[in-house]
Ligand binder design. Structure first.
Ligand code: PLP
Length: 409
């Protein structure tokens, strides 16, 4: 019998949105990189993505190499410096910006905190945040309010999921004292994609000096992005969710002309320049001024390998189109189950699908599905369940999930 192994062209070709035999075999071969996907229906990409073997191998190899080279040696230092630069470049390519605008962090929260605490706040400045932000980010803005007397106000976007206009809801609360608007590109709870370019434009019409900090936890690795076109000020991301990198590596994009307005808050040797006798003489010129000190450098290599692997499968538009086709399938399947209600009245514009089940506690549904090797999560506000689809998701995985759910009901 002839065995048809996937070839390099299988990986490089643009993929159909449907499981034709050719594209399915290519996707299945690609998925074999992700051991986490081999024995479960995985729908928690918005929590944490699976790590590809290639990335895991690169991380281990990085640690091995550092031991063999030093670990504290010129050779090891040159290696980690090169890895960091390569990772900034890989992230910059995903965002269509220049690598010098990227600062490596360890999480979305770290990136948001760099932007939040680095601005020159004055008492009674106004900070606007949506009602759909992650609790960690909300807490940081509240502490900013408590410490500096900043007036923190919340604007209602949750109610715009099915009707109303999120752009108007946000812009209506921007005033001449508003220094910063904090919002997510994709809302982590309902999966709504905010029209970021329109939001930014509308906010600047209200106040030309207002700055925009975007929590990109759920958008990077999902949406095709061009930050320069969006004219966004700060974009905080992580590699461990949709990009399937290791936990512990994220990044912050800072618009280059804002570097002089945004002071570093966490300060260490990576962000500063020193003179010949080692005295600090100022910040680094580029985004590395917001990086601090020693980190788990081999992890950086893991993230750049994961990004390269996604690019090998398809470009950002192809990956996003497949995500949308799959989330439409999941949303449609869910709407057909009696006792299940999707929060969105139309198919989502990204990979997060939020829904409610009539009867039973959400935590119990998550636990019941996990006994069947299907992983989703619950969300507290609004009270619902959330399942995420990636371009890596199989149509059959979605159908299996929804038929299992229907059986459990
Ligand atoms: C919208 C949003 N913001 C922030 C976070 C926190 O991410 P991190 O742990 O990378 O700071 C999450 C994680 O789920 C999230 O969904």
């Amino acid at each position: 019998m002839e065995v048809c192994l996937p070839t390099l062209t299988d990986f490089a070709m643009p993929h159909s949105l449907h499981d034709t035999p050719a594209s399915l075999s290519a996707l299945e071969a690609h998925r074999r990189q992700f051991s986490a996907l081999s024995n479960k229906g995985y729908f928690n990409y918005g929590g944490q993505g699976p790590l590809p073997q290639l990335a895991l191998d690169a991380i281990l190899e990085g640690y091995r190499q550092m031991q063999s080279d030093g670990p504290f040696s010129k050779k090891a230092f040159d290696w980690v410096t090169a890895q960091a630069q390569q990772t900034r470049s890989a992230i910059a390519q995903e965002l269509c910006v220049s690598p010098d605008t990227i600062s490596l962090t360890d999480s979305v929260s770290a990136g948001c905190n760099i932007a939040l605490w680095g601005l020159p706040w004055r008492k009674a400045d106004h900070l606007l945040i949506t009602d759909c932000e992650h609790p960690g980010i909300v807490a940081a803005t509240q502490e900013l309010g408590r410490r500096y007397g900043v007036c923190v106000e919340t604007c209602p976007v949750l109610q715009t999921l099915n009707e109303g206009d999120p752009v108007a809801a946000i812009a209506a609360q921007v005033n001449s004292d508003t220094r910063l608007v904090v919002l997510s590109h994709i809302l982590w709870n309902t999966g709504q994609v905010l029209p970021l370019a329109d939001v930014i434009l509308a906010c600047r019409q209200q106040n030309p000096d207002v700055l925009i900090l975007v929590d990109a936890a759920q958008s990077v690795g999902v949406l095709p992005l061009n930050l320069a076109d969006l004219d966004v000020d700060f974009y905080a991301l992580t590699g461990h969710k949709w990009l399937c990198g290791p936990d512990g590596v994220g990044a912050l994009y800072v618009r280059p002309d804002l570097r002089d307005k945004l002071s570093p808050t966490f300060i260490g040797w990576r962000g500063i320049r020193v003179d010949q006798v080692g005295n600090p003489t100022g910040w680094k010129a580029d985004g590395t001024r917001y990086e601090m000190a020693t980190a788990a450098f081999p992890l950086y290599r893991g993230l750049s390998e994961a990004i390269a692997l996604h690019r090998q499968w398809g470009n950002a538009t192809q990956r996003y189109q497949r995500i949308c086709a799959l989330s439409k399938r999941l949303w449609t399947n869910l709407t057909l189950i009696k006792g299940v209600e999707c929060l969105s009245q139309r198919a989502p514009d990204a990979g997060l699908v939020s829904f409610r089940i009539r009867g039973g506690a959400n935590g119990d549904w998550v636990a019941a599905l996990e006994t069947k090797q299907i992983m989703i999560r619950s969300i507290a506000n609004p009270n619902c369940l959330r399942a995420c689809v990636h371009y890596l998701t199989l149509e059959s995985e979605i159908d299996e999930f929804t038929s299992t759910l229907a059986e459990l009901l």
